[in-house]
Design a protein around this ligand. Structure first.
Ligand SMILES: [Zn+2]
Length: 248
């Protein structure tokens, strides 16, 4: 589903637009300006063919998808990486060090998948397949793909390994926020070992230091302009709770 000249939503499950498998997060595809495409997040991997069919429908031929960037290792965001890498032999997978470690080893406890399956959040037959990570990045260090400049911003809280990515395209800046910030300033806090409210609040403050026009989150609605208002909404709630991040 094309959302502007060079961005498409090619995966989205029941917490979004039911475009692909129910367990898929939003998968954002950006045209890199040199004939290639980069994907952000891999979905759950239960039906990668459906994702690739959406890509083709949007004019994104699979052999032009050269890069896959991950926000964090949770199953609905990185479970599809191995399946995509299998289908797209030229695909380079990018992640920050801790995410790369989990994805490479397929550590199901690190992503709370064992508990999530037992609780019925994932189907009992859902299996996470490990995936090699081709490029491991450093927070704040720019990755250039065509005329896009991608910058990973540490945004732990939802999970300890979480990073959001700023994508600067000519004339427009996007924040691919994963599960660190949703429209309306909502945060995704879960009862899992590595979820931290204090970290999540500090991450919102860190995002507030950056300029961006569009907010492309991992679930729910997205916004194409004036996206800073979603950060402001989160900061307003944090202030009302009486817990500015500075006290942590
Ligand atoms: Zn998550």
């Amino acid at each position: 589903m094309r959302i502007d000249d060079r961005v498409a939503l090619v995966g989205s499950g029941f917490l979004g637009f039911d475009l692909t498998d129910a367990f898929d997060c939003h998968m954002w595809a950006f045209e890199t300006g040199d004939g290639g495409w980069v994907l952000f997040d891999a979905g759950a991997g239960r039906d990668v063919d459906r994702v690739l069919a959406v890509c083709e429908r949007d004019g994104i031929e699979p052999d032009r998808i050269r890069d896959l960037v991950l926000t964090h290792a949770h199953g609905d965001h990185s479970g599809g990486a191995s399946h995509l890498r299998e289908r797209l032999p030229h695909l380079r997978v990018h992640a920050l060090p801790r995410t790369a470690e989990i994805v490479t080893t397929g550590d199901e406890d690190a992503i709370s998948l064992t508990a999530a399956r037992a609780a019925g959040i994932y189907p009992l037959d859902y299996v996470y397949t490990p995936c090699p990570v081709d490029e491991v990045h450093t927070a704040g260090a720019e990755l250039r793909l065509g005329d896009l400049v991608l910058t990973p911003i540490p945004t732990p809280g939802h999970s300890h390994d979480h990073h959001s990515w700023l994508v600067a395209a000519p004339g427009k800046r996007y924040l691919v926020s994963g599960d660190a910030l949703f429209a309306g300033g909502r945060l995704a806090l879960q009862s899992i070992w590595d979820c931290s409210v204090t970290d999540a609040i500090a991450s919102v403050e860190r995002l507030a230091e950056h300029e961006f026009d569009a907010l492309l989150p991992g679930h729910f609605v997205f916004t194409m302009d004036g996206a800073r208002r979603h950060v402001d909404a989160a900061l307003e709630v944090i202030a009302r709770l009486g817990c500015p991040a500075s006290i942590f």
